[in-house]
Ligand binder design. Sequence first.
Ligand SMILES: CC(C)(COP(=O)(O)OP(=O)(O)OC[C@H]1O[C@@H](n2cnc3c(N)ncnc32)[C@H](O)[C@@H]1OP(=O)(O)O)[C@@H](O)C(=O)NCCC(=O)NCCS
Length: 184
Amino acid sequence: MDAITIRRLGAVDGPAYRSLRLEALERHPASFGTALEDVAGHGPDWFGLRLEQSLTFGAFRSDALLGAATLALQEGAKLRHKGDVTGVYIRGEARGLGLGAALLDRLVAEARPRVEALRLTVEAENHAALRLYERLGFRPYGRERRALKIGDRYHDEVLMELVLAGDPALEPPDAHHQESPRAG
Ligand SMILES: CC(C)(COP(=O)(O)OP(=O)(O)OC[C@H]1O[C@@H](n2cnc3c(N)ncnc32)[C@H](O)[C@@H]1OP(=O)(O)O)[C@@H](O)C(=O)NCCC(=O)NCCS
């Protein structure tokens, strides 16, 4: 089997990413906050522009795009310490091979120097995705009931976080409870 490569996507990837993204939204509506009808009318250039403006990574075998994931960063002075993971998708035929974990590893490596924490939401019944994120160190911190409404059916979402730096609660106790030095 040809080697898998992971690289950042840009404008040139607009057509391939459009096809991947529409497939994801059509086949797994409960896995994404975006609905197929929200974006299906946009052409490859629109998707290419979005790729240029985001940090989206793709997994390729030969020239075929097999999966993608986006790291969304915020610009606001009070929000830029945290990032969001969105648009995680691996094509059906490429699942179970470690591509999702490899893409997320890359995303976390890109995020580490930029933010203190990563957040994401995952549909509460999506056991494959929950396992994937837990395995990478994400922990649940809440649940949004009825987060998505698809037709007449509601879907809860689990809110997950990966702390990368800056949370005193996660540092060893010694770092915070050292006795002050005493003379004599
Ligand atoms: C969730 C998804 C991205 C996983 O991608 P993947 O490439 O198959 O995952 P990997 O092969 O890297 O597996 C990594 C870990 O995830 C977990 N996992 C993946 N698929 C699983 C499944 N079907 N059942 C249970 N755990 C699963 C396992 O813990 C696995 O680690 P392990 O093999 O060491 O036990 C993929 O199934 C997918 O695209 N699903 C549809 C879209 C979706 O739900 N996206 C997530 C939106 S939040």
